[in-house]
Design a protein around this ligand. Structure first.
Ligand SMILES: Cc1cc2nc3c(=O)[nH]c(=O)nc-3n(C[C@H](O)[C@H](O)[C@H](O)COP(=O)(O)O)c2cc1C
Ligand code: SF4
Ligand code: FES
Length: 540
């Protein structure tokens, strides 16, 4: 298959649906499903089939972003982008007749109208999410009709592996799993390893509390991730890939399985892909939900059938990974960026974002914020824009207090720093990290000591126990925080807590322990008075 054959496949799909002028898209990603999207889908499908709605079709799609207003339904011209759609919010099955009439007549329905001119939609730049909420995640042909697999076919038939790596390097893409390691450099390291057996892994473990970017990408556009993995495998010389995903994401797993099956049937995964010498197979491995299994060495141990515990690095996975073979491990969002980079060129991607953080970033907005959901913005977007404009600010007229980024490895940013542009480096200067993209917003009613205790409790229960500083240190720090919260601690306890933070940070084996003190350190940095107020002598 070459690019022309692919175009022919896309044309066939367009012909099949030539009669469809208007799509009624129902978001059936997990969040909308939990607020009742499936009965809405059923009512719309039945209504559309039962009466005369010529030119309309009901289609299930993935996340449109504004999950807090779900279930969302969009009426749009065939394959039109989200900002050209008429979106309806908080839809119930009983609204189906009115929505169908609106689709048929083209007259918008005011009652459930969700304006796409609102900053939530207008201020985003969708690259990773360009198909989310538009493509049917279970439709292989639908993905192809939107330009899917074009980048892969182009790479396999017209580019050398070195050229693919060069494009990724030029793009400046950095790993979206949290560490921000340059993706091109990682790929070229694995490519250079002289081995006949290499692997690629997609890390879809996503254990940070409040994070759901990877889940939503896989539920909304799974072929995009497979396409990225296949190009990575071609570039580094691997013939086998694994997607490591937690079993708590059943919908993402189901859609991924369907996507793999359909891509295999179409010959896009398997032997002699696109009539080349390139063979590539993908398997899913389910994780049991341990946060530490997202750490790359623990993840590989888990795939190998062992206990999910980290091991010291070096050797890095690039040299000695799965079963001792060179292995490339990247995050879901990292792979989802590859197709547009190959399609539009590395220079195009490098033109978006900041000096050292290129492209866009997907964030999951959660907590005390009006528009909870999934957003994608260029790197360098000020935090204030994200929270106030896109996120719609704090509900209930309450004041903003802090935003937590980077999950248990990150920290809290107060109001005074909200104008900071969000990228890998600037957030580090504030004592936090961008992490994988979870953003938890807190209002004036939140106690920052309790927030620190929450994250420490999380690290304590997720510590795998392999090394003493983390196993014993997180428990001790949690105990101290608990006593501070309850007003039972003195000044010496606070000093001990700070000392323990340093020790655990410096001596733990893996990133979990090394970063566990971060939420404590950052809340101490910006909200020290809250700790002091709770100390015994103050309370007395
Ligand atoms: C405790 C811990 C948990 C992690 N969890 C994840 C995760 O859920 N997803 C992920 O992509 N990376 C996670 N990472 C980072 C991975 O070890 C690895 O760096 C990443 O998958 C590399 O992909 P990238 O270069 O595309 O970011 C975690 C790291 C640590 C220390
Ligand atoms: S730092 Fe914690 S999670 Fe990491 S190996 Fe040590 S005990 Fe396990
Ligand atoms: S899950 Fe439906 S809009 Fe996000």
């Amino acid at each position: 298959m070459n690019v022309d054959d692919l175009e022919e496949l896309a044309d066939k799909h367009r012909e099949e649906y030539a009669a469809v002028k208007t799509e009624i898209r129902v978001c059936t990603a997990a969040s909308c499903q939990s607020s009742g999207a499936l009965p809405v889908l059923e009512a719309l499908t039945t209504g559309c089939d039962a009466s005369d709605h010529a030119g309309c079709c009901v289609k299930q799609v993935g996340c449109m972003g504004l999950c807090s207003a779900g279930p969302l339904v969009a009426i749009a011209a065939k394959d039109a982008p989200l900002d050209q759609a008429q979106i309806y919010r908080d839809v119930a099955a009983t609204d189906a007749p009115e929505i169908l009439t609106s689709a048929k007549t083209g007259t918008p329905m005011e009652r459930l109208h969700c304006p796409t001119e609102m900053p939530f939609f207008a201020r985003q730049q969708r690259i990773v999410l360009e198909n989310s909420g538009i493509v049917d995640p279970n439709s292989f042909k639908g993905y192809v009709a939107l330009g899917g697999y074009h980048a892969m076919v182009h790479a396999l038939t017209e580019m050398t592996p070195a050229e693919v790596i060069a494009e990724v390097t030029t793009s400046g893409l950095r790993g979206r799993g949290g560490g921000g390691y340059p993706t091109g450099l990682k790929w070229s390291t694995v490519a250079k390893m002289p081995a006949t057996q290499k692997y690629v892994i997609c890390n879809a473990d996503e254990g940070d509390p409040g994070a759901f970017m990877d889940r939503a990408i896989l539920e909304s556009d799974p072929h995009r991730v497979l396409e990225g993995m296949a190009m990575a495998a071609y570039a580094i010389g691997a013939n086998k890939g694994f997607v490591y995903i937690r079993a708590e994401y059943p919908l993402a797993v189901e859609r991924l399985k369907t996507a793999i099956r359909k891509a295999k049937r179409a010959g896009f995964i398997g032997h002699h892909i696109c009539e080349t010498e390139f063979n590539f197979d993908i398997e899913i491995r389910l994780g049991a939900g341990a946060f530490v299994c997202g750490e790359e060495t623990a993840l590989m141990a888990s795939i190998e059938g062992g206990r999910g515990q980290p091991r010291p690095r070096p050797p890095y996975p690039a040299e000695s990974g799965l079963w001792g073979h060179p292995t490339l491990i990247n995050n879901v969002e990292t792979y989802a960026n590859i197709a547009p980079i190959v399609r539009e060129g590395g220079d195009w991607f490098a033109g978006i974002g900041t000096e050292r953080s290129k492209g866009t970033k997907v964030f999951a907005l959660a907590g005390a914020i009006c528009n909870t959901g999934l957003i994608e913005v260029p790197m360098g977007t000020p935090l204030r824009d994200i929270i106030e404009a896109i996120g719609g600010g704090i509900p209930g007229g309450k004041a903003f207090k802090a935003v937590q980024t980077g999950g248990p490895s990150g920290g809290c940013i107060p109001e005074a720093h909200l104008d900071i542009p969000v990228d890998y480096d600037s957030l580090k200067t504030l004592g936090t990290i961008m992490g994988s993209g979870g953003m938890i917003v807190m209002d004036e009613t939140s106690s920052m000591v309790e927030v620190a205790r929450f994250f420490m409790e999380f690290c304590m229960s997720e510590s795998c126990g392999k090394c003493i500083p983390c196993r014993a240190g997180t428990a001790q720090m949690h105990g101290l925080l608990d006593r501070i919260v309850k007003g039972e601690a003195g000044r010496q306890d606070l000093a001990l807590l700070e000392e323990l933070c340093e020790v655990v940070q410096a001596t733990s084996l893996c990133g979990l322990g090394q970063t566990a003190p971060n939420p404590v350190l950052s809340t101490l940095r910006y909200f020290r008075a809250e700790y002091e107020q709770r100390l015994l002598e103050q309370a007395a």
